[in-house]
Design a protein around this ligand. Sequence first.
Ligand SMILES: O=C(O)CCC(=O)C(=O)O
Ligand SMILES: [Fe+2]
Length: 314
Amino acid sequence: MNNSAISIVDLSPFLLRDEDGKRKEREVINEACSRYGFFQIVNHGVPLDLMSRALKLSKSFFECPVEEKIKGSPLPGAPFPAGYNRKPNPSYEFSEYLVMLQPGSTFNVFPAKHPQLREVMGDLFNGFSKTGAILESILNESLGLPPSTLAEFNNDRNSDVLTALHYLPATETGKIGVNSHKDVGCITFVLQDEVGGLEVQNDGKWIPVTPKEGALVVNIGIVLQVLTNNKYKSPNHRVVRPNGRSRNSFSFFYNVSAGKWIEPLPHFTKQIAEKPNYKGFFYKDYLQKRNENKLKRTCELEEDLGLSHFSLTL
Ligand SMILES: O=C(O)CCC(=O)C(=O)O
Ligand SMILES: [Fe+2]
């Protein structure tokens, strides 16, 4: 039973070409994206045994002593911190994570003592990437866009990122794993273990995204919010560290390339006589603004990290 406000969507009608089923699930997706920007998917095509192997392996990696883990730190001079990273502990938020770029990228760093991680994370990356393309085409339809609009807009997969995350149990001084934020890119997938702690903000309240075995969480990124002129929401979400247990998850960012120009599509502005809510911007300029604000942040805040800079309506 799903007793959370966050919908569960069955993707099997899209994989089996069941037209009635597709229509029904598309409506649920449309409502979930317009209202929450979050939903969960089942029968998504990513093999369940791969998902559980990946969670088990990352758990055993993060259980290693820190001296072992830092051997997988990012390569000096790498343009992106692929490899093992940790936030300062204690700080207002704490997690440790292992970042992976496209399988085959020379910047990827994997811990020598966990050689299977390269293969398993590579398979997971490819599985998420396939599901990303399927979901993007479903969203294209549920938004009523001309066929392949989103796929043609977002046609470079080199900026996609997979992250394995580990959160330590809450302490008296810290309970936040990842502070409130909106995700970059188009779509994020989260594979979470059974522990819980992921929350999405809606109407000022924090709603738990209850773990469901075999499901993936889908989260709309800021790029889709801007392209759709706010029709689809990119919500604030956070991870609250659990009491007495650690938590493991994976995030996959179905991203766009840094050089992309992002602005509300005419379908959601001119064609329906609506004013744009954002001025256009290069994606890399948004990322830079977001990083600057992130570095300045020293406490738990719920404000936006970068998008407000390009808003025309705030
Ligand atoms: O660990 C999670 O459940 C989600 C983490 C997250 O929000 C992110 O990586 O952007
Ligand atoms: Fe996130």
